[in-house]
Design a binder for this molecule. Structure first.
Ligand code: G3H
Length: 496
């Protein structure tokens, strides 16, 4: 068990004496009374007071840290991030174990998450070296020379999601940091302890006040931070509703920059010309990897009526072969869910779909303990059902039959989400005719493959309620900076 009692504020490890949050792993252990969720540790529940103190530290480090971070040379900032990454790699084993225990991710996927994060940091450093950062001086009018620079934005409030608590958090935290901003970092509720082994490295590698951490209940502390008006950038990978609520609290919301990765309801379209086996294998991966808890997961599948029987038969067979088990079990595909309220929510979605006439295929047997949810395929799904529009973020696959391709296109036009879509078709003319209408509704079209974020160096965004700003490597560096200008009037003392 890990009992964290420190938080990092103004360059110091502050000792926490107040209330703590007890972390129950979604991975249950067998006891004489049956399966019980295991306690794996505790962490501080900071109050507004600590949050505001840490914000003050970040503001001071931004405004007064002469030569310290925002005004440090890029090379020096890169060196600090490299040093941090080196120390982070030394903590790999413990961080991977904590990802597994805290959010129930399989060992293989936890290792992948860690490695992918390290690769992202190095890719960010490389991209920064090539970024259109500071131009050479050029004459803008007679007697005046100018230099265009890329400068930081100020104080960034950085919050990540539970499903990729390390990787997605760092895809905003690292570019924000390396561009010279100072940070207030709040890890997700399910996914806080796994950051603890990195806390010392943050303290050692960055000047005081540059990285400040806060923990606890977001709804109790984050509103107060927003209301100060001192947050220059809100970066959140999470729910659209929370992002909207937080933004509204900022006294000058129009001046706030928001870099957001939000809700999504990615659709697959299996046309009458699809290779059904391929569509099925990609749907299994797309809808059920990490139990469907990915913003990029396939969350609704439109299948041409002529292919429905074949598609459902193969999908049902493939899903029934998936292994459900503990994260460390070999070949495990589905693991326990970290959000305690999720199984009841998914059951409600399934009941609702059944009430409106959907059959539940592959309901599976009763779960051996509370955090397991067997994948359900729902068919035929229609617009009366909640699962038609709501983002299930879990192992439920709604299948909608269609006769005309205009039907799924219309779904995407009407959707409040706009992240990605997958098209399955072996007819090149058909796919070509779909790309333009679809790429104007979502930010990535995948042909004959599932939706996904990677490679992480690619632009990652969404339309409508699915995102604000663009991530990737270069895009993120741009998102967390501003192009500024230094203009110099030349005189006798200043000719160059
Ligand atoms: O939850 C959103 C993640 O960025 C998805 O990443 O598509 O690589 O699983 P992924």
């Amino acid at each position: 068990e890990i009992h964290q009692r420190e938080y990092l504020s103004n360059g110091e490890m502050k000792q926490w004496e107040g209330a703590v949050h007890t972390v129950y792993s979604p991975v249950a252990v067998q006891t004489p009374d049956g399966y019980k969720r295991k306690v794996i540790g505790t962490y501080p529940v900071c109050t507004e007071k600590e949050a505001i103190e840490s914000l003050d530290a970040a503001v001071a480090a931004y405004n007064h840290g002469r030569g310290q971070w925002p005004t440090m040379s890029v090379q020096d900032r890169i060196r600090c991030v490299e040093q941090f990454t080196h120390k982070m790699k030394e903590q790999k084993d413990i961080v991977v174990k904590l990802i597994m225990w805290e959010i129930g991710k399989s060992v293989a996927d936890s290792v992948k998450e860690f490695d992918r994060t390290v690769e992202y940091i190095y890719a960010t450093i490389d991209a920064l070296k090539d970024l259109d950062r500071d131009s050479s001086r050029f004459e803008i009018e007679q007697g005046i020379v100018a230099q265009i620079r890329r400068s930081p934005l100020g104080v960034v409030l950085c919050m990540g999601p539970f499903n990729y608590p390390l990787n997605e958090t760092f895809t905003t935290l690292i570019p924000a940091l390396i561009m010279g901003n100072t940070l207030l970092f709040k890890p997700p509720k399910h996914g806080t302890l796994l950051h603890y082994p990195l806390l010392e490295a943050f303290k050692e590698c960055f000047p005081k006040g540059v990285v400040n951490t806060i923990y606890g209940r977001g709804h109790a502390i984050v509103p107060a931070l927003m209301q100060t008006g001192q947050i220059n950038v809100l970066t959140l990978i999470g729910s659209s509703k929370v992002a909207d609520e937080l933004k509204k609290l900022h006294p000058k919301v129009n001046r706030l920059r928001a870099i957001l990765g939000l809700d999504a309801k990615n659709a697959a379209i299996v046309t009458e010309n699809a290779d059904v086996s391929l569509a099925v294998s990609e749907t299994v991966l797309g809808a059920l990897s990490f139990n469907g808890q990915r913003c990029t997961a396939l969350k609704i599948i439109f299948v041409h009526r002529s292919k429905v029987d074949q598609f459902l038969g193969q999908l049902s067979e493939a899903v029934s072969k998936l292994k459900i088990g503990m994260p460390w079990e070999k070949g495990v595909a589905l693991t326990p869910l970290p959000e305690p309220q999720k199984p009841a929510y998914l059951k409600d979605l399934i009941d609702d779909a059944e009430a409106y006439g959907a059959a539940v295929i592959n309901r599976g047997g009763g779960a051996s303990f509370e955090s397991f949810v067997y994948p359900a395929i729902l068919y035929p799904v229609n617009q009366k059902m909640k699962v038609y529009r709501e983002e299930q973020f879990g192992p439920v696959i709604p299948v909608v039959p269609f006769d005309d391709l205009e039907e799924p296109i219309q779904y995407l036009i009407e959707s409040t989400h706009g992240q990605q879509v997958s098209i399955f078709s072996n007819d090149a003319t058909e796919t070509a005719s779909l790309i333009d209408p679809l790429v104007n509704q979502v930010s990535r079209v995948n042909i004959n493959c599932q939706c996904q974020r990677g490679p992480d160096t690619f632009p990652f965004t969404g339309r409508k309620d699915s995102a604000e700003g663009t991530l990737s490597v270069v895009d993120a560096l741009r998102s967390f900076s501003i192009r500024s200008l230094v203009a110099t009037k030349l005189n006798e003392n200043n000719k160059q």
